[in-house]
Design a protein around this ligand. Structure first.
Ligand SMILES: Cc1cc2nc3c(=O)[nH]c(=O)nc-3n(C[C@H](O)[C@H](O)[C@H](O)COP(=O)(O)O)c2cc1C
Length: 318
């Protein structure tokens, strides 16, 4: 499949595994890149030494391109960028911050830069900062999210008609069917987080993976908008936050309630009650976890088969 994204990133399939704190280390990223997609190391939960080790291990595990995700508001960004440049990582996905800050520097080192956005305004800003492509992340997505609450169904076409650089859709995409839908709406590729949390190679704790497989519709919710909006599983910790809101807490009180290392506690250490379990709405569609190569192959098989059959479907026979 040769389109703007597969050419830009030198990958076989337009499937990108999202960079995710506590879930996407080198093991996951290299498995997805070896399967023909693009794997991303999530640096947001890594100290500088840990990121360096992850990049080196990823290079040893695949000869295919891979990327690093840098949430720009996190600490250690400067050291992370230095490691990426020194160790010649070919692609960086930036998020949660201003794309003007690092794009020029990275591009001057021949690194491809892709920025995550949640609105047309931010997509245009990213385009004018010189990024190579944007990820449009809709309301359905797991993890930190935009304040606008625009769903992928509306966000993808809204952004596609305004920008001229390639567009990667994220939020609610888990299989070949949703990938085809996103591409019909105007995306050149898809980024999936939730689908790859529930994979054999993800570094998520097995308790977290198992609860993702059991999720039903309505089991996740976007909350903590006053700090940074985040979609998580409705567990005991979510319920406590929700009850806390009844007293109109200040931002400082919310920060205190959140405390430190909640995401690590939930997603990496497997505390399903006290931890923060970031996951997307489409978790309701995942019932089994597989190896990444099987996930990528299943998605591509379904995508290709539906693409060729769609006009023969009874639904379209009117
Ligand atoms: C567990 C988890 C952690 C995430 N961590 C990050 C992160 O560190 N940086 C980032 O840019 N996005 C992060 N995200 C968002 C993903 O990159 C991706 O855009 C999103 O998962 C796509 O929606 P989906 O979950 O419906 O596939 C995270 C998502 C999940 C589920």
């Amino acid at each position: 499949m040769k389109n703007r994204i597969t050419k830009l990133l030198s990958i076989k399939y337009p499937i990108i595994q999202a960079g995710m704190i506590w879930c996407s280390d080198w093991n996951l990223a290299s498995a997805v890149s070896n399967a023909g997609g693009l794997g991303i190391i999530g640096s947001g939960s890594m100290y500088p030494d840990v990121l360096k080790e992850n990049i080196i291990n990823c290079k040893n595990a695949t000869n295919q391109p891979f990327a690093v995700n840098i949430p720009l508001l996190y600490p250690n960004v400067e050291e992370h960028i230095k490691s990426i440049i020194d160790l010649k990582v070919p692609i960086v996905f930036t998020s949660a911050g201003n794309p003007n800050t690092w794009t020029k520097e990275l591009k001057s080192k021949n690194i491809k830069v892709i920025h995550v956005v949640s609105s047309v305004k931010f997509a245009l800003k990213a385009q004018s900062s010189g990024v190579d492509a944007v990820v449009a992340e809709g309301f359905e997505a797991g993890g930190h999210n935009g304040r606008e609450e625009t769903t992928s169904l509306c966000l993808i076409p809204d952004i596609a008609k305004e920008i001229n650089i390639p567009l990667i859709a994220a939020g609610g995409i888990v299989d070949g069917r949703s990938m085809l839908a996103a591409m019909i709406l105007g995306a050149d590729a898809v980024q999936m987080g939730t689908r790859f949390v529930a994979s054999k190679e993800s570094s998520a704790h097995k308790n977290f993976k198992n609860i993702v497989l059991k999720a039903k519709d309505g089991d996740t919710k976007l909350t903590l908008k006053e700090i940074t909006p985040v979609r998580m599983m409705k567990n005991k910790f979510y319920q406590e936050i929700s009850d806390f809101y009844e007293n109109n807490p200040t931002k400082e009180q919310l920060l205190k309630k959140l405390g430190r290392a909640r995401a690590k506690l939930g997603m990496f250490e497997g505390d399903l009650d006290e931890g923060e379990l970031e996951i997307g709405q489409a978790s309701s569609q995942i019932n089994e976890y597989f190896k990444c190569c099987d996930i990528v192959n299943q998605i591509m098989d379904e995508f290709i088969s539906l693409k060729s059959k769609i006009s023969f479907d009874d639904k379209f026979n009117f």
